[in-house]
Design a protein around this ligand. Structure first.
Ligand code: UDX
Length: 470
């Protein structure tokens, strides 16, 4: 008997409500679309509204057969500390989003065959399990951060937490396998795991979202995090390292002659492209790009220390300052603009991938968010790390201590240190860093090329998904 065409499997993908999460997971969604999956991309309502405001996202994805965006009611919680906001948000979504999400999946037409849930929202995986739908968690953080968060219960059981004051911050944490010789208290996720009291409600909040399973997806690559991935494999037999996912998508589109349709733009903020014209007029590798991602908040004093450190370094800089990241920014900027205006260019949000790829960029002062770190690695740009919270503390330790891709300025915000580190990165140790970043950039690009480690992982993820769906 003749068989009709096999219907495309329907995959529901649900990222956590943050710029870093939407960026990475939407790129995986696009890669799966290119492989013939029907995708429903579920966003929190306020996130989707901002995407619609600042990008042409719906038009861009309309070319993919069966791709649809859906939204789920939002929660916005104003909290003084972002880590508290994350905890409150996760508590709220567990109670409020879970039943709505479950109903959406049950009522979905066509039926949902597979679910990819953000590793920051364990309830997505739980609902899939409850409904008997195959599912997997995608973690938008590095393998080293994931493994640190995963190991926190063992760290506590070994009495290596709590932290006993400032003088205890350089003590080694020896219960995260593979990091025994260099992970210090100050390198644990700040706001969550750097606790002075074991009853701190944030301590296990990240760990509690991780689900035990056969497999997981990580936006990283074997050549960067091989030793830590081997450790994770003792608990998760199958790890699909498909990163750097932005470069992966770019390569895939190029391989099918559609490179012009690549767009990094999944911005929740209005992009200011004037900085590209400014960069065009700067000498090669002369500019330090400064950006602390979508969540970081700093005090007026910290901003001033950065400003004077940058100005005193005598290097040019392109600095992204989100208006809500500092109180009374307007007034402060007016004050600053009077002075050393010519050396710096300040904008509210940059086309970051394009900026990092620009020949004028010679370094990146970053908060070490995982997307920014991967984008810098692919572009071969050395980093100065000023981690703010969460996974960023672990990333910055690896950037400086393990990968030798830059310097770690964590827990310090002093104009003299900023000035010195900028000069170390851009002048004194430039050759050393250029060598190591160029090497890692090459490995990153190879990993997503045909036959490369991440490319093979994506193929096997796709094959395994198809087998599970049957
Ligand atoms: C969050 C967490 O804070 C981070 O630690 C985690 O690793 C991922 O989720 P965020 O703080 O925004 O993300 O940082 P990051 O992961 O670096 O993501 C920021 C994204 O915004 C990057 O893809 C970057 O290219 C983009 N960006 C940033 C811009 O497009 N323009 C900018 O001006 C700044």
């Amino acid at each position: 008997m003749e068989q009709g065409p096999i219907p495309s499997p329907h995959v529901l993908i649900f990222p956590a409500p943050g710029q870093g999460h939407v960026n990475a997971i939407l790129k995986l969604a696009e890669l799966l679309s290119l492989s013939g999956f029907k995708i429903t991309f579920l966003n929190f309502h306020h996130i989707h509204e901002r995407l619609l405001l600042h990008t042409d996202i719906e038009a861009r994805f309309s070319k993919y057969h069966g791709f649809q965006f859906k939204t789920i009611p939002s929660f916005r919680l104003e909290q003084p500390r972002p880590a508290d906001a994350v905890r409150k948000l996760l508590e709220e979504v567990e109670v409020k989003s879970r039943p709505i999400f479950k109903r959406m999946v049950i009522e979905s037409n066509p039926a949902v065959n597979y679910i990819i849930g953000d590793g920051l929202m364990g309830f997505v995986y739980d609902v899939a399990l409850e409904l008997g739908i195959p599912a997997i968690q995608m973690h938008c953080i590095s393998a080293c951060s994931f493994w640190t968060v995963f190991s926190i219960p063992d760290v506590v059981a070994a009495h290596q937490l709590p932290i006993k004051g400032k003088e205890d911050m350089d003590r080694l944490i020896t219960r995260v396998p593979g990091m025994e010789s260099f992970l210090r208290c100050r390198d644990l996720p700040a706001g969550f795991c750097q606790v002075s009291d074991l009853s701190d409600p944030n301590l296990f909040i990240l760990t509690n979202q991780i689900r035990q399973s056969q497999a997981l997806i990580i936006n990283s690559f074997e050549e960067l995090e091989g030793p830590i991935l081997s450790q994770i494999r003792t608990r998760y037999p199958k790890i699909y390292t498909i990163g750097p996912v932005h470069e992966h998508l770019k390569k895939k589109l190029r391989s099918i002659g559609k490179q012009e349709s690549y767009s990094s733009s999944t911005d929740l903020f209005k992009v200011d492209k004037t900085c590209i014209t400014w960069l065009d007029n700067q000498p090669p590798q002369s500019v330090l790009y400064v950006s602390f991602g979508s969540v970081t908040i700093m005090t007026r004093e910290q901003l001033m220390e950065f400003w004077y450190g940058l100005v005193n370094s005598k290097k040019k800089f392109l600095w992204v300052i989100r208006p809500e990241s500092v109180n009374n920014l307007g007034e402060i900027l007016q004050e600053l603009q009077e002075g050393e205006k010519k050396r710096g260019y300040i904008i509210k949000w940059a086309p970051q991938e394009e900026v990092l790829a620009h020949k004028a960029i010679g370094g990146f002062l970053t908060h070490s968010g995982w997307n920014s770190t991967l984008e810098s690695i692919v572009a071969g740009v050395p980093m100065i790390c000023w981690p703010y919270f969460g996974d960023q503390q672990v990333n910055s330790r690896f950037v400086s201590e393990v990968w030798n891709l830059g310097l770690d300025m964590k827990d310090v915000c002093d104009r003299r240190v900023v000035e010195k580190m900028v000069n170390d990165l851009m002048v004194d140790r430039r050759e050393e860093f250029v060598r190591s970043t160029a090497k890692m950039a090459e490995l990153a690009r190879k990993s997503v090329s045909e036959g490369g480690s991440s490319s093979c992982c994506l193929n096997s993820l796709i094959d395994d998904m198809r087998v599970m769906i049957k």
